[in-house]
Design a protein around this ligand. Structure first.
Ligand SMILES: Cc1cc2nc3c(=O)[nH]c(=O)nc-3n(C[C@H](O)[C@H](O)[C@H](O)COP(=O)(O)OP(=O)(O)OC[C@H]3O[C@@H](n4cnc5c(N)ncnc54)[C@H](O)[C@@H]3O)c2cc1C
Length: 479
């Protein structure tokens, strides 16, 4: 018989964009909160942003994770205190009002008021010091802006959750969860247990009693509580629920923003290895957006890899190269399936014919933009790609591109436990309570009914604040 090792009012699983604000609000309201986080605590600044070392220490499986399909879609998840907020690009977008309205009507979400979400988004912006750069943008960002301007395409600078103590744009300090909501939660008494993976929930008939956990050092324990809020991200949340025996409308509707990439070579040394561009091109949004990616030398090599025979000579000139992406709002969906005996779930994703065509036109237009910005050579990331040196070569992309030969990837994962009152499709109710359970909630990216078409962290956090407050007002007294 197992012993109860820990006890609390509410167990929050995961400390990322959903979990950290949830823990802070609950602890500040006087509840006894434990946050179980699978990954380690890594101080901001102790590891170079966007480096391979960061991938090793702060990403799940070193960043090598894939949703199977034709093509397969590579994805990455943060796995550390603060989750994805520690490793991401920090580019903030307010949840678009029309998207919130679509969620409300299509998924029958009660009390989802676009204006109220707007107010919550402002709260997030203030808590995370969301702001534009205090000075000039990095050169790769400036090229994106220039290309868009020359083509007359709509573009803007995305603000970031950064502070700039010295006033220098290059010395921003990311306002991730380890710098904002997690310290708030802990100073209100929440206990953060890092290196602590929740294996399984302990379920009664219509209640969750607690969870079985395993620490990185192999120690096992049980946490007993009156309520559980799962915030393990859009892949691990459904996987944990399924491992625990909860499967109805869980993990069947993964939504992502698939991206394709290219590397662009210029005549000057513009590469900034430890930061990303802040400009985004929205001329074709929401279907299609363009932006800049991390471009340290290893990632430049990776962008050239698909057509290595023809492109490899460029790798020595990595200082003159920056990597850019075209992202689409996909009509496809994917699945997350926990499999007995396997630690990680199997993930699949299906791109529709329209998605694949959009990736092609996105890459072609992005290559055009790069030429306009002054690129001498553009290297699209797919097998069989041409080296694009002039507008004449663009037609070759349209002739030779196939999504199945491209390196399609994503960092925006959501919608695996969609919230709402449509019980045929939703895994949780309008405020994240898992259907069929009185005291089990989800409060992370899994709840967004579909991919928002913009960088999602602002939406994840606004929804998390909304649901945490609803839990305090109504849920807690019923558990
Ligand atoms: C490389 C990268 C770049 C990105 N760039 C941006 C950007 O610029 N702007 C933007 O808006 N969004 C960006 N995103 C997306 C954004 O980070 C996510 O939308 C957001 O973090 C999702 O929040 P979440 O709470 O659902 O999951 P996460 O923030 O991923 O948090 C989940 C946490 O749960 C933990 N966990 C998982 N399973 C368990 C378990 N069984 N037991 C205990 N703990 C567990 C994980 O370790 C993790 O810390 C990016 C993401 C990545 C990976």
């Amino acid at each position: 018989m197992s012993t109860t090792d820990y006890r609390c009012d509410v167990l929050v699983i995961g400390s990322g964009a959903g979990g950290a604000p949830t823990a802070a609000l609950l602890a500040e309201a006087g509840l006894d909160v434990i946050v179980a986080e699978e990954g380690p605590w890594v101080d901001q600044g102790s590891v170079v942003p966007f480096s391979l070392e960061q991938m090793d220490r702060q990403y799940r499986s070193g960043g090598v994770t894939v949703a199977l399909g034709l093509p397969s879609v590579a994805y990455t998840e943060g796995r550390c205190a603060g989750g994805g907020t520690e490793v991401n690009s920090g580019l903030y977008r307010r949840p678009p009002q029309e998207v919130v309205e679509r969620w409300r009507t299509n998924w029958r979400i009660d009390d989802l008021d676009p204006d109220a979400i707007d107010v919550l988004a402002r709260e997030v912006e203030s808590a995370l010091s969301v702001q534009p750069l205090p000075g000039p943008a990095p050169a790769p960002s400036e090229r994106l802006r220039l290309g868009a301007e020359r083509l007359g395409w709509t573009h803007d600078e995305s603000p970031r959750w950064m502070t700039y103590p010295t006033g220098d744009s290059r010395q921003g300090q990311r306002q991730s969860m380890t710098r904002t909501y997690l310290p708030r939660a802990m100073s209100a008494g929440a206990r953060l247990m890092t290196d602590c993976r929740v294996d399984k929930l302990r379920l009664g008939a219509d209640r969750v009693e607690g969870a079985d956990v395993e620490f990185t050092n192999g120690r096992r324990a049980t946490i007993s509580c009156r309520a559980v809020i799962v915030c393990a991200g859009a892949i691990q949340t459904p996987a944990l629920l399924q491992r625990s025996g909860i499967r109805r409308n869980i993990g069947r509707t993964l939504a992502v923003h698939p991206t394709v990439k290219l590397a662009a070579r210029f005549t000057d040394e513009l590469n900034v290895p430890d930061d990303v561009p802040v400009h985004q091109v929205k001329e074709f949004a929401p279907d299609l957006s363009f932006g800049g990616s991390a471009s340290h030398p290893g990632l430049v090599a990776l962008a050239l890899l698909d057509q290595w025979e023809d492109f490899r000579d460029a790798v020595v000139a990595w200082r003159e190269i920056a990597v850019y992406y075209a992202a689409i709002t996909s009509q496809g969906r994917g699945r997350v399936m926990a499999v007995p005996g396997l630690r990680d779930p199997i993930v699949t994703y299906h791109l529709t014919r329209r998605d694949r065509a959009l990736l092609c036109s996105g890459l072609t237009r992005l290559a055009l933009l790069m030429l306009e910005a002054g690129a001498t050579d553009v290297f699209p990331s797919y097998r069989g790609a041409p080296r694009v040196k002039s507008r004449r070569d663009l037609a070759t992309i349209e002739d030779t591109f196939s999504a199945t030969r491209a390196s399609v990837m994503t960092v925006h994962l959501c919608s695996t436990v969609p919230m709402g009152e449509d019980s045929d499709r939703c895994g949780a109710d309008s405020h994240g309570r898992v259907h069929g359970f009185a005291n089990l909630y989800v409060n992370d990216a899994s709840l967004l009914p579909d991919a928002p078409g913009v960088n999602p962290q602002g939406s994840v956090m606004a929804v998390a604040l909304r649901n945490a407050r609803h839990f305090l007002a109504e849920g807690w007294s019923r558990v």
